[in-house]
Design a protein around this ligand. Sequence first.
Ligand SMILES: C[S@@+](CC[C@H](N)C(=O)[O-])C[C@H]1O[C@@H](n2cnc3c(N)ncnc32)[C@H](O)[C@@H]1O
Length: 204
Amino acid sequence: MSANKWDERYNGEQFAYGKEPNLFFKEWLDKYEPGTILMPADGEGRNGVYAAQTGWQVTSFDQSREGQTKALQLAAEKGVTIDYIVGDLGELTFAPESFDAIGLIYAHFDADKKAAFHQQLDGYLKPGGIIMLEAFSKAHLDFIALDPKVGGPKEAGMLYSTAEIRRDFGNYEILVLEDAEVVLSEGEYHNGKGAVVRFVGRKK
Ligand SMILES: C[S@@+](CC[C@H](N)C(=O)[O-])C[C@H]1O[C@@H](n2cnc3c(N)ncnc32)[C@H](O)[C@@H]1O
């Protein structure tokens, strides 16, 4: 979807994916001592704000200005601050090897940019840093066909596979890499049974 479409989705009182963090992200983030974390495609900030609540210094970005407005609202509601930049990853740069962690949660990038974006993000992570990723897998197309309320891109190229993760993050020690089925209950737009890829890796 274009930035405008995302603005439309976020331009309401409700939080499209709820205010609670993604459960897999929460489970893994909670295992680490807080440091600096980059939250690409953070949308309305449910994950970035959770990280800030647990002591992380959070830098979020997303192409949607409405996403930023909602995320800053949520941060204020929770009494925390996050740095939230509006922009497309293709036009943003961060300091090399400056983050202790990166949270890639349903960060579905355009198919033709995904691999290059992963490489770009890898450059921002410190050696020894952690990437935590949960996103819909290619098998998810079958679940969308059964029940579109589960959400997610309908384009195979925007969906994930474990093979792509191994290729894009070849220089990582793999802590988790799996295909899984989930039952999501995240706001209005992630509801029902779906197929995801999960990855936690430590940069060598
Ligand atoms: C499904 S939403 C997920 C939002 C958030 N991560 C969450 O889990 O609640 C996908 C987000 O990716 C953002 N996005 C997609 N491509 C992007 C890009 N190239 N640069 C910045 N944001 C992007 C969209 O604007 C949208 O907010």
